[in-house]
Design a protein around this ligand. Structure first.
Ligand code: SF4
Ligand code: SF4
Ligand code: FES
Length: 477
C-alpha cells in the first residue's frame, strides 16, 4: 500500500500519497490553483509558471506541478507574493494574445479567460504592435489551430508524443515567434482530445465550433456505445439537440481520453431523421401512421424478434419478461468486427456495446444467442411472420446489415424498431417504430472487462417511452 502523508495548503490539511504530484493533490482536494501546462494524463512540463506556491522553509516560490507531497510541509498560494506572480505571468501570456473571446469557441471554458477575469487583466498592457500568427489552420482530423491564441503550454505536443506517439505537432522558433508547428496533418484516431486539453481556444473542433455557446449546454454523464470498451463520456446537449461528446475521466476504463470515432456517437440522437412516431412505407416514402395499424396487421402472425447488442441489461430483462411463456422466436444480431481487435489505446474492433449483457440475458431466459439460432430464424422466415428487427444505433458496416435485411424479405410484415430513418436499407421495412437512443435511457451495459457501465438519460428528442419490451407486449395479441 502506498504510504500517505499529511500536509497543509492554505491552512487546509490534505492527505495524499507520499511523493505524488503536489498540484494534483491540491486540485483533487478542491483547492483552486491556476495552471495551464499541467495535465494529469501527461508528463510535467512546468512551462506556464501559473501554479507557483510558497513553502515554509523554501526561500523562493516554485511551481507546484513540479513538486511532490511530503509529510508536514506547509504550502500557500494565497499570499500577496503569489498573487502578484500570477498577475505578472498572466500579463506575459496575454501580451500577444488577441483577446477575441466574443468570437472564440472556447469562451466559457477557457483557462485564459477565467484567470484574466479573476485577476483583473481586462485591458491589454501591450504598447507595441502584437505579433500576429495564422488564425484558421486546418490541421487534420477535425481540429483547427489558431496560432495566435496559443500560449505554448505544450500539452498538445506532449499528447502526440506520449499518448498517441504519432509526433504530428511540435514547437518551432523562439521567444514571441515560437509557435506550434504541424509536422504532418493529424492522423491519429485520438486527435480531438487535443481540443479538450488545449487550455485556450487555440485548438478547436471543426465539428463543434460555432454551433453552440457552451453556457447553453448541459452535460449528460454516460457511456460511449461505439465499441466494447465502454468509455465514460459526457454528451453536451440542450433542447435544440446533442452537439458533442467528450471523455469523462475514468481510471478503470479510459483514463482521460476517448477515440475520435466515439465523438460521432451523438449524431443520430437529434436531427431531421429522428423518428418521433410510427411510420409506414408507402412506395419507398415513410409517412406517419397510427401504430395501431401495425398492431392490427401483426395479429395472427408468428412474431419473430431480432435484437441488437445495444440494449441495456434492463431492456433485455424486461423484453424476456414480456414474452415469457408466449410463443415468439428471438435471435441476436451481432455486429461484425471492424479493423484490428485492439489499437493499443482504447478502441476495440468489437463494435457491440453490450454483447456480454445480451448473451447473459438470452441464456437466463433460455434463448439461444448464437449465430446458428439467428440463421435458423432467418431460414424459417415466411409470409405468415411479422418480424421485428431492432436496428443497431451505430452501424459501421452497412453491407453486413443489408445481408441480414435481405434475409427477412419474405416476412409478411417487416418492422424496424429504430431511433430514426437513418439507413437507406430501412426502405426494405413496411413500418418503422420508434425506440429511445442510448442517451435517452437509464440502465447498464457490460464492457469487455465484464464491468457494468452506466447509460444515463438526458433530454428526450424522440419517442422514448416505447422501448423494445413495449413491442414485445404485442406477442399473442
Ligand atoms: S495549441 Fe493549445 S495545447 Fe497546444 S501549446 Fe498552444 S495552448 Fe497549449
Ligand atoms: S474506444 Fe470505443 S467506447 Fe471508447 S470512445 Fe472509442 S468507440 Fe467509444
Ligand atoms: S501548471 Fe505548473 S508551470 Fe504550468
Amino acid at each position: 500500500m502506498t504510504e500517505k502523508v499529511k500536509f497543509k495548503w492554505n491552512g487546509k490539511e490534505i492527505e495524499a500519497d507520499k511523493g505524488s504530484n503536489l498540484l494534483k493533490a491540491a486540485l483533487d482536494n478542491g483547492i483552486e490553483v491556476a495552471h495551464y501546462c499541467y495535465h494529469a494524463g501527461l508528463s510535467v512540463a512546468g512551462v506556464c509558471r501559473m501554479c507557483m506556491v510558497e513553502q515554509d522553509g523554501v526561500p523562493r516560490p516554485f511551481p507546484a506541478c513540479n513538486a511532490s507531497c511530503g509529510e508536514g510541509i506547509v504550502v500557500r498560494n494565497d499570499t500577496p507574493k503569489i498573487k502578484s506572480s500570477i498577475e505578472a505571468t498572466l500579463s506575459f501570456h496575454l501580451l500577444n494574445h488577441p483577446l477575441d473571446c466574443p468570437v472564440c469557441d472556447q469562451a466559457g471554458e477557457c483557462g485564459l479567460q477565467d484567470y484574466y477575469m479573476k485577476h483583473g487583466q481586462y485591458d491589454s498592457q501591450m504598447v507595441d504592435k502584437k505579433v500576429h500568427k495564422d488564425k484558421v489552420q486546418d490541421i487534420g482530423r477535425n481540429v483547427m489551430l489558431d496560432a495566435e491564441r496559443c500560449i505554448l503550454c505544450s500539452r498538445c505536443t506532449r499528447f502526440t508524443e506520449e499518448v498517441t506517439k504519432t509526433h504530428e505537432l511540435g514547437i518551432l522558433n523562439r521567444g514571441d515567434h515560437a509557435e506550434i508547428t504541424v509536422n504532418e496533418k493529424l492522423k491519429n484516431n485520438y486527435a480531438q482530445n487535443l481540443v479538450d486539453i488545449c487550455p485556450v481556444g487555440a485548438l478547436t473542433s471543426k465539428d463543434f465550433r460555432f454551433k453552440q455557446r457552451v453556457w447553453f449546454l448541459e452535460e449528460v454523464q454516460t457511456t460511449c456505445i461505439g465499441c466494447e470498451t465502454g468509455c465514460s463520456v459526457k454528451v453536451s446537449e440542450n433542447k435544440n439537440g446533442a452537439f458533442r461528446v467528450k471523455p469523462s475521466y475514468d481510471h478503470e476504463v479510459n483514463g482521460h481520453w476517448m477515440c475520435d470515432d466515439g465523438r460521432n456517437i451523438y449524431k443520430h440522437v437529434s436531427g431531421a431523421l429522428r423518428l418521433f412516431g410510427a411510420q409506414e412505407n408507402l412506395n419507398g416514402l415513410f409517412v406517419p401512421v397510427d401504430e395501431f395499424k401495425t398492431h392490427q396487421l401483426a395479429k395472427g402472425k408468428t412474431l419473430k424478434f431480432i435484437l441488437s447488442t445495444g440494449l441495456t441489461n434492463q431492456e433485455y430483462e424486461k423484453f424476456f419478461e414480456k414474452i415469457k411463456g408466449k410463443s415468439a422466436q428471438v435471435a441476436l444480431y451481432v455486429l461484425p468486427n471492424q479493423g484490428e481487435d485492439f489499437d493499443g489505446l482504447l478502441t476495440r474492433g468489437d463494435k457491440n456495446p453490450n454483447l456480454r449483457g445480451a448473451r447473459k440475458a438470452f441464456e437466463d431466459a433460455g434463448y439461444d444467442s448464437s449465430q446458428n439460432a439467428l440463421d435458423k430464424l432467418l431460414s424459417s422466415v415466411s409470409s405468415n411472420d411479422a418480424i421485428f428487427v431492432v436496428v443497431p444505433e451505430i452501424i459501421y458496416n452497412e453491407d453486413h446489415f443489408n445481408t441480414l435485411i435481405s434475409k427477412v424479405e419474405k416476412a409478411g410484415l417487416k418492422i424496424a424498431l429504430t431511433h430514426g430513418e437513418t439507413l437507406s436499407t430501412l426502405r426494405a421495412f413496411d413500418f418503422l417504430l420508434p425506440i429511445p437512443t442510448f442517451v435517452e435511457k437509464n440502465g447498464d451495459i457490460i464492457n469487455f472487462q465484464n464491468k457494468k457501465r452506466a447509460l444515463r438519460s438526458g433530454i428526450s428528442y424522440g419517442e422514448t417511452s416505447k422501448d423494445v419490451s413495449y413491442y414485445a407486449g404485442w406477442v399473442n395479441l
